[in-house]
Design a protein around this ligand. Structure first.
Ligand code: AMP
Ligand code: ZN
Length: 466
């Protein structure tokens, strides 16, 4: 079955193929690196990872750009409070984000691009928008004039006709002509950080960075633009207005948006304080793949309510699949093929693929996997599973894992620290001196269990890791 996605722009499920040379040109909005990302953010990034894997499973190549927003008002405030330069401040959270992505097994976009690396490109685009009458300056800042883009609202399906234009309002702390107009460029206030550019000193607004970097790397029309549902308006609406005013071409063919991760009926967010970072979750003893499974298990267009019970169920589900795999790999089965099951594996694999291709319906895809696993386990219990069924079952699990990527356990990193080894060695030396050999031996054993080998030499104890 053909690959289909729900397109926010048309409000319909549409068949997807890339426009040119079998390569999907995709842009997804990345993190604002002013703090650790929370697992709500990661719901969207896990969705993007599933999307990548699904596109590749359909035989398409990927050219995917993700931005890192490393300049915005919040970042500037936080960096100032921390007495750090913008680069120092954002480097910490960019690094943390990349580490978290690696833990969650998220593939890197082909290009990960920082906003601050493209300031001159943005200034040039703003200049062109001014020259074509789509933008105007007020007190050194530049605004997009929404009245010049009649299709404004076509993505969010908002009707803006009721909003009175022309009224001078001071929202966003900057002067603009129309309530809908938005900042492309912000003039620096006294002592504020600024780039010197062709359009004067200042810093870019958030929306322009995505338009400029997307067009620069992927061309005037993207195959897919994706992000969280909260970005539909105003961010993506504004991206469309800027980009299409610049190029006169449709900015993106498909717009995909992931619904929220919720906590007790509210969006998980920094401002509500109801968030968990990945680090919080790991500290409670959950493995990264458990979080990945939970975030992937609910189709991306449905809200997902986060609970620790949900995480526990995710861990149980992964265990069930791992146990099944272990059983396939280690149990011995009678020769031959169980024909009934052979058909089931094929049907289940087909159902799995079709569900993934059906706008990433991960819940149905998982149902296909678990139904098959249940039937296969029942056959194993009844002694009816056959050696000839093993390969296809393992192949199905591989197919499952090429999308979900949860079967391989994350290596435990709670290795004993050097300082802990040293202090145990000191305790052992003291125990020996006090002729408490039982304790000394116990410490040697304990260290050995943790992969530490002791060697008693004339000059003292030496140790190494196995
Ligand atoms: P930010 O770092 O704030 O720019 O957000 C990064 C991404 O996370 C954006 O695509 C947001 O739409 C998305 N996001 C933020 N909160 C949530 C949430 N509770 N559930 C799902 N996605 C979210
Ligand atoms: Zn964006």
């Amino acid at each position: 079955m053909a690959l289909r996605f729900y397109n926010t722009l048309t409000q319909q499920v549409e068949e997807f193929t890339p426009a040119r040379d079998n390569t999907v040109r995709m842009y997804t909005c990345g993190p604002t690196v002013y703090d650790f990302a929370h697992i709500g953010n990661f719901r969207t990034f896990v969705f993007v990872d599933l999307l990548r894997k699904c596109l590749r499973a359909n035989g398409f190549k990927l050219d995917h750009v993700m931005n890192i927003t490393d300049v915005d008002d919040k970042i500037i405030t936080n960096a100032t409070v921390a007495h750090q330069s913008l680069e120092e401040y954002t480097a910490t959270y960019k690094q943390a984000f990349l580490e978290d992505c690696a833990k969650l097994r998220l593939e890197r976009a082909e290009r990960l691009v920082p906003a601050t690396g493209h300031i001159d490109d943005m200034a040039a685009a703003i200049q062109r928008l001014e020259a074509s009458g789509h933008a105007y300056q007020t007190e050194g800042s530049v605004y997009f004039r929404v009245a010049t883009f009649p299709q404004y609202g076509k993505l969010s399906h908002n009707d803006f006709s009721g909003i009175i234009s022309g009224a001078r309002v001071d929202s966003d702390k900057y002067e603009k002509d129309d309530a809908r107009d938005f900042a492309l460029w912000k003039a620096p206030k006294e002592g504020e950080l600024a780039w010197q550019t062709a359009i004067g000193p200042g810093r870019p607004g958030w929306h322009i960075e995505c338009s400029v970097m997307a067009i620069k790397y992927l061309g005037e029309t993207l195959d897919i633009h994706a992000g969280g549902i909260d970005l539909v308006f105003p961010h993506h609406e504004n991206e469309i207005a800027q980009s299409e005013s610049l190029t006169g071409k449709p900015f993106a063919r498909f717009w995909l948006h992931a619904e929220f991760l919720m906590v007790e009926g509210e969006k998980m967010s920094k401002s509500l304080g109801n968030f968990f970072t990945l680090r919080d979750i790991f500290e409670r003893g959950y493995a990264p793949e458990t979080v990945r499974y939970l975030l992937a298990s609910v189709p991306y267009r449905k809200q997902l309510n986060f609970t620790f019970d949900g995480l526990k169920s995710a861990a149980t589900a992964i265990d069930r699949l791992r146990n099944f795999k272990l059983r396939l790999e280690t149990d011995r089965y009678a020769e031959g093929v169980n024909e009934k099951l052979a058909g089931r594996a094929e049907a289940a694999e087909r159902a799995f693929r079709e569900s993934v291709n059906d706008d990433l319906n991960t819940a149905e895809a998982l149902a296909a996997v678990f139904e098959y696993v249940r039937d296969a386990n029942t056959a194993m219990d009844a002694g009816e599973f056959r050696a000839g069924n093993v390969a296809e079952a393992l192949a199905f699990l591989r197919e499952f894992d090429s999308i979900f990527d949860v079967l391989e356990p994350t290596a435990q990193t709670n290795a004993i620290l050097d300082s802990e080894v040293e202090s145990l060695i000191a305790e052992r030396t003291a125990a020996k001196k006090a002729k408490n050999f039982a304790r000394a031996d116990q410490i040697r054993e304990q260290l050995l269990e943790q992969g530490i080998i002791l060697e008693d030499t004339k000059s003292g104890v030496r140790w190494k890791r196995k």
